[in-house]
Ligand binder design. Sequence first.
Ligand SMILES: [Mg+2]
Length: 303
Amino acid sequence: MKKALLIVNPKAGKSKARTWLYQWIETLGRADYAVNVIMTQKPGHATDAVYKYGKEHDLVVCAGGDGTLNEAITGLLRSGAEVPVGYIPTGSTNDFASTLCLSKDPRKAVRDVVKGVKKGIDVGAFNDRYFTYVASFGIFTKASYSTPQESKNVLGHLAYILEGIKDLPTTRAEHVRIVTPEKTFEDDYIFGAIANSTSLGGVMKLDDKVVMMNDGKFELLLVKKPGNMGDLSLSINAILSQNYDTDMIEFLPIESAEIESENPLVWSIDGERADTDGHVNVKNLHCAISMMLPTAAADSSIL
Ligand SMILES: [Mg+2]
Protein backbone atom coordinates (compact mmCIF):
# COMPACT_ATOMS: atom_id res chain seq x y z
CA MET A 1 0.00 0.00 0.00
CA LYS A 2 0.95 3.59 -0.54
CA LYS A 3 1.18 5.85 2.50
CA ALA A 4 -0.62 9.17 2.95
CA LEU A 5 0.01 11.70 5.71
CA LEU A 6 -3.25 13.51 6.46
CA ILE A 7 -2.72 16.80 8.31
CA VAL A 8 -5.97 18.12 9.78
CA ASN A 9 -6.57 21.49 11.40
CA PRO A 10 -9.61 20.60 13.55
CA LYS A 11 -10.42 24.28 14.23
CA ALA A 12 -10.53 25.47 10.61
CA GLY A 13 -13.86 26.79 9.27
CA LYS A 14 -16.57 25.74 11.77
CA SER A 15 -14.65 22.55 12.66
CA LYS A 16 -15.60 20.87 9.39
CA ALA A 17 -13.12 18.07 10.07
CA ARG A 18 -15.44 16.61 12.74
CA THR A 19 -17.96 15.85 10.00
CA TRP A 20 -15.65 14.74 7.24
CA LEU A 21 -12.60 13.00 8.69
CA TYR A 22 -14.02 9.48 8.31
CA GLN A 23 -14.93 10.18 4.68
CA TRP A 24 -11.44 11.46 3.90
CA ILE A 25 -9.77 8.36 5.36
CA GLU A 26 -12.23 6.08 3.56
CA THR A 27 -11.64 7.74 0.18
CA LEU A 28 -7.86 7.64 0.62
CA GLY A 29 -8.14 3.99 1.70
CA ARG A 30 -10.13 3.09 -1.41
CA ALA A 31 -7.34 4.64 -3.47
CA ASP A 32 -4.95 2.18 -1.76
CA TYR A 33 -3.45 4.56 0.78
CA ALA A 34 -2.72 3.61 4.38
CA VAL A 35 -3.41 6.87 6.21
CA ASN A 36 -1.53 8.45 9.10
CA VAL A 37 -3.54 11.30 10.63
CA ILE A 38 -2.11 14.22 12.58
CA MET A 39 -4.55 16.68 14.15
CA THR A 40 -2.78 20.01 14.61
CA GLN A 41 -2.78 21.35 18.16
CA LYS A 42 -0.92 24.65 17.87
CA PRO A 43 0.59 27.05 15.34
CA GLY A 44 3.64 25.50 13.69
CA HIS A 45 2.46 21.95 14.36
CA ALA A 46 1.72 21.21 10.68
CA THR A 47 5.19 22.46 9.68
CA ASP A 48 6.90 20.26 12.29
CA ALA A 49 4.82 17.19 11.43
CA VAL A 50 5.41 17.43 7.68
CA TYR A 51 9.09 18.25 8.19
CA LYS A 52 9.54 15.10 10.29
CA TYR A 53 7.19 12.61 8.63
CA GLY A 54 6.39 13.90 5.13
CA LYS A 55 9.34 12.13 3.50
CA GLU A 56 8.11 8.71 4.72
CA HIS A 57 4.89 9.13 2.70
CA ASP A 58 3.79 9.02 -0.94
CA LEU A 59 1.29 11.83 -0.47
CA VAL A 60 0.72 14.66 2.02
CA VAL A 61 -2.93 15.75 2.32
CA CYS A 62 -3.69 18.96 4.14
CA ALA A 63 -7.21 19.70 5.46
CA GLY A 64 -7.54 23.23 6.81
CA GLY A 65 -7.26 26.83 5.67
CA ASP A 66 -4.60 28.61 3.69
CA GLY A 67 -2.50 29.04 6.87
CA THR A 68 -2.45 25.28 7.48
CA LEU A 69 -1.47 24.63 3.86
CA ASN A 70 1.31 27.22 4.16
CA GLU A 71 2.59 25.39 7.23
CA ALA A 72 2.52 21.99 5.53
CA ILE A 73 4.34 23.26 2.45
CA THR A 74 6.92 25.01 4.62
CA GLY A 75 7.64 21.72 6.39
CA LEU A 76 7.97 19.90 3.09
CA LEU A 77 10.33 22.47 1.56
CA ARG A 78 12.51 22.57 4.67
CA SER A 79 12.80 18.77 4.66
CA GLY A 80 13.75 18.66 0.98
CA ALA A 81 11.29 15.80 0.40
CA GLU A 82 9.60 15.77 -3.00
CA VAL A 83 6.19 14.48 -2.00
CA PRO A 84 3.03 15.64 -3.80
CA VAL A 85 0.56 17.67 -1.77
CA GLY A 86 -3.23 17.46 -1.80
CA TYR A 87 -5.35 20.22 -0.29
CA ILE A 88 -8.85 19.90 1.18
CA PRO A 89 -9.82 23.52 1.82
CA THR A 90 -11.90 23.78 5.01
CA GLY A 91 -10.90 27.30 6.10
CA SER A 92 -13.09 30.37 6.00
CA THR A 93 -11.38 32.24 3.17
CA ASN A 94 -9.33 29.78 1.11
CA ASP A 95 -7.93 32.27 -1.42
CA PHE A 96 -5.40 29.76 -2.64
CA ALA A 97 -8.10 27.13 -3.11
CA SER A 98 -10.24 29.59 -5.08
CA THR A 99 -7.34 30.36 -7.38
CA LEU A 100 -6.70 26.65 -7.96
CA CYS A 101 -10.41 25.90 -8.60
CA LEU A 102 -10.44 23.39 -5.72
CA SER A 103 -13.85 22.14 -4.62
CA LYS A 104 -15.23 23.55 -1.36
CA ASP A 105 -17.18 20.32 -0.96
CA PRO A 106 -14.95 18.27 1.37
CA ARG A 107 -16.09 14.99 -0.23
CA LYS A 108 -15.28 16.12 -3.75
CA ALA A 109 -12.03 17.79 -2.67
CA VAL A 110 -10.58 14.52 -1.37
CA ARG A 111 -11.72 12.64 -4.49
CA ASP A 112 -9.98 15.30 -6.59
CA VAL A 113 -6.80 14.67 -4.59
CA VAL A 114 -6.71 10.93 -5.27
CA LYS A 115 -7.86 11.21 -8.89
CA GLY A 116 -6.08 14.48 -9.55
CA VAL A 117 -3.30 15.55 -11.86
CA LYS A 118 0.13 16.27 -10.39
CA LYS A 119 1.24 19.82 -11.23
CA GLY A 120 4.24 21.91 -10.22
CA ILE A 121 3.34 25.13 -8.38
CA ASP A 122 5.57 28.13 -7.69
CA VAL A 123 6.26 28.98 -4.06
CA GLY A 124 7.55 32.30 -2.74
CA ALA A 125 10.59 32.52 -0.48
CA PHE A 126 10.15 35.46 1.92
CA ASN A 127 13.39 35.81 3.92
CA ASP A 128 13.46 32.45 5.78
CA ARG A 129 9.72 31.80 5.32
CA TYR A 130 7.54 30.70 2.41
CA PHE A 131 4.26 31.81 0.91
CA THR A 132 1.97 30.00 -1.46
CA TYR A 133 -0.17 32.88 -2.71
CA VAL A 134 0.57 36.29 -1.21
CA ALA A 135 2.87 38.47 0.85
CA SER A 136 1.42 41.92 1.50
CA PHE A 137 1.68 45.06 3.61
CA GLY A 138 -0.56 48.08 4.24
CA ILE A 139 -4.36 48.37 4.18
CA PHE A 140 -6.32 45.11 4.02
CA THR A 141 -3.19 43.36 5.30
CA LYS A 142 -3.85 43.90 9.00
CA ALA A 143 -7.36 42.54 8.55
CA SER A 144 -6.02 39.30 7.09
CA TYR A 145 -4.18 38.31 10.25
CA SER A 146 -5.91 40.34 12.99
CA THR A 147 -9.45 39.09 12.42
CA PRO A 148 -10.06 36.56 15.21
CA GLN A 149 -10.68 33.00 14.07
CA GLU A 150 -14.23 33.05 15.51
CA SER A 151 -15.01 36.18 13.54
CA LYS A 152 -13.52 34.69 10.37
CA ASN A 153 -15.78 31.68 10.74
CA VAL A 154 -18.94 33.67 11.33
CA LEU A 155 -18.42 36.44 8.86
CA GLY A 156 -16.17 34.82 6.31
CA HIS A 157 -15.19 37.19 3.56
CA LEU A 158 -17.25 40.01 4.98
CA ALA A 159 -15.04 40.20 8.06
CA TYR A 160 -12.00 40.89 5.94
CA ILE A 161 -13.74 43.64 4.05
CA LEU A 162 -15.21 45.34 7.11
CA GLU A 163 -11.93 45.21 9.01
CA GLY A 164 -10.23 46.73 6.00
CA ILE A 165 -12.67 49.61 5.76
CA LYS A 166 -12.42 50.29 9.49
CA ASP A 167 -8.68 50.74 9.00
CA LEU A 168 -8.93 53.40 6.30
CA PRO A 169 -9.23 56.60 8.39
CA THR A 170 -6.09 55.68 10.33
CA THR A 171 -4.23 54.21 7.37
CA ARG A 172 -0.65 55.38 7.15
CA ALA A 173 1.59 55.03 4.19
CA GLU A 174 4.97 53.31 4.28
CA HIS A 175 7.97 54.71 2.47
CA VAL A 176 9.25 51.67 0.64
CA ARG A 177 11.90 50.96 -1.97
CA ILE A 178 11.34 47.90 -4.14
CA VAL A 179 14.18 46.73 -6.34
CA THR A 180 13.23 44.17 -8.99
CA PRO A 181 15.37 42.91 -11.92
CA GLU A 182 13.09 44.90 -14.26
CA LYS A 183 12.52 48.15 -12.40
CA THR A 184 12.99 49.99 -9.12
CA PHE A 185 10.07 51.63 -7.32
CA GLU A 186 10.30 54.09 -4.43
CA ASP A 187 7.37 56.01 -2.97
CA ASP A 188 4.90 56.20 -0.09
CA TYR A 189 2.55 53.24 -0.47
CA ILE A 190 -0.66 52.38 1.38
CA PHE A 191 -0.68 48.83 0.05
CA GLY A 192 1.77 46.44 -1.52
CA ALA A 193 1.41 42.81 -2.51
CA ILE A 194 3.50 40.16 -4.18
CA ALA A 195 1.00 37.56 -5.22
CA ASN A 196 0.54 34.32 -7.12
CA SER A 197 -3.22 34.34 -6.83
CA THR A 198 -6.36 35.64 -8.44
CA SER A 199 -7.95 36.39 -5.06
CA LEU A 200 -6.59 38.30 -2.05
CA GLY A 201 -8.42 38.14 1.27
CA GLY A 202 -11.74 37.95 -0.52
CA VAL A 203 -11.26 41.67 -1.18
CA MET A 204 -9.19 41.93 -4.32
CA LYS A 205 -9.25 39.98 -7.53
CA LEU A 206 -6.46 39.68 -10.06
CA ASP A 207 -7.24 38.76 -13.64
CA ASP A 208 -6.95 35.01 -14.27
CA LYS A 209 -5.69 35.78 -17.76
CA VAL A 210 -2.65 37.45 -16.18
CA VAL A 211 -1.98 35.17 -13.23
CA MET A 212 -0.24 31.82 -13.71
CA MET A 213 0.66 29.60 -10.78
CA ASN A 214 3.72 28.06 -12.41
CA ASP A 215 5.21 30.75 -14.67
CA GLY A 216 8.14 31.55 -12.37
CA LYS A 217 6.63 34.97 -11.71
CA PHE A 218 4.60 36.81 -9.13
CA GLU A 219 2.43 39.85 -9.65
CA LEU A 220 3.72 42.93 -7.84
CA LEU A 221 0.96 45.41 -6.98
CA LEU A 222 1.69 48.75 -5.30
CA VAL A 223 -0.83 51.44 -4.35
CA LYS A 224 0.60 54.91 -3.80
CA LYS A 225 -0.44 57.16 -0.95
CA PRO A 226 -3.35 59.28 -2.18
CA GLY A 227 -3.11 63.07 -1.97
CA ASN A 228 -6.70 63.42 -0.79
CA MET A 229 -9.80 61.39 0.02
CA GLY A 230 -10.92 61.55 -3.63
CA ASP A 231 -7.67 59.93 -4.75
CA LEU A 232 -8.16 57.30 -2.06
CA SER A 233 -11.58 56.43 -3.47
CA LEU A 234 -10.12 56.22 -6.97
CA SER A 235 -7.41 53.83 -5.77
CA ILE A 236 -9.87 51.64 -3.91
CA ASN A 237 -12.18 51.60 -6.93
CA ALA A 238 -9.25 50.68 -9.17
CA ILE A 239 -8.37 47.80 -6.84
CA LEU A 240 -11.92 46.53 -6.66
CA SER A 241 -12.51 46.87 -10.41
CA GLN A 242 -9.08 45.39 -11.35
CA ASN A 243 -8.46 48.36 -13.61
CA TYR A 244 -4.93 49.41 -12.68
CA ASP A 245 -4.58 52.01 -15.41
CA THR A 246 -3.88 54.86 -13.03
CA ASP A 247 -0.75 56.64 -11.80
CA MET A 248 -1.73 55.66 -8.27
CA ILE A 249 -1.02 51.98 -8.90
CA GLU A 250 2.00 49.99 -10.10
CA PHE A 251 1.47 46.50 -11.49
CA LEU A 252 4.31 44.32 -12.76
CA PRO A 253 5.12 40.60 -13.06
CA ILE A 254 8.40 39.92 -11.20
CA GLU A 255 10.70 36.98 -10.44
CA SER A 256 12.26 38.46 -7.33
CA ALA A 257 12.36 41.64 -5.30
CA GLU A 258 14.35 43.31 -2.56
CA ILE A 259 12.14 45.47 -0.41
CA GLU A 260 13.48 48.05 2.02
CA SER A 261 11.43 50.27 4.28
CA GLU A 262 12.49 53.08 6.60
CA ASN A 263 10.51 51.52 9.45
CA PRO A 264 10.15 47.88 10.50
CA LEU A 265 7.31 46.69 8.32
CA VAL A 266 4.58 44.24 9.29
CA TRP A 267 3.64 41.92 6.45
CA SER A 268 0.99 39.29 6.03
CA ILE A 269 2.15 35.99 4.53
CA ASP A 270 -0.77 33.81 3.39
CA GLY A 271 -2.87 35.55 6.04
CA GLU A 272 -0.39 35.13 8.90
CA ARG A 273 1.45 38.04 10.51
CA ALA A 274 5.16 38.42 9.67
CA ASP A 275 7.25 41.09 11.39
CA THR A 276 10.31 42.29 9.50
CA ASP A 277 13.19 44.63 10.30
CA GLY A 278 12.58 46.56 7.09
CA HIS A 279 14.61 44.29 4.79
CA VAL A 280 12.79 41.64 2.83
CA ASN A 281 13.99 39.36 0.05
CA VAL A 282 11.33 37.69 -2.05
CA LYS A 283 12.10 35.08 -4.68
CA ASN A 284 9.92 32.89 -6.87
CA LEU A 285 10.90 29.23 -6.35
CA HIS A 286 9.73 27.88 -9.69
CA CYS A 287 7.61 24.73 -9.38
CA ALA A 288 9.03 24.09 -5.90
CA ILE A 289 6.13 21.85 -4.91
CA SER A 290 3.85 19.41 -6.70
CA MET A 291 0.15 19.51 -6.00
CA MET A 292 -2.61 17.07 -6.83
CA LEU A 293 -5.18 19.20 -8.66
CA PRO A 294 -8.55 18.54 -10.28
CA THR A 295 -8.31 18.16 -14.04
CA ALA A 296 -10.42 21.34 -14.47
CA ALA A 297 -7.67 23.34 -12.73
CA ALA A 298 -4.89 21.54 -14.56
CA ASP A 299 -6.51 22.44 -17.89
CA SER A 300 -7.26 26.06 -16.93
CA SER A 301 -5.37 29.21 -17.87
CA ILE A 302 -3.68 29.48 -14.47
CA LEU A 303 -1.52 26.36 -15.03
MG1 LIG B 1 2.80 33.32 -11.37
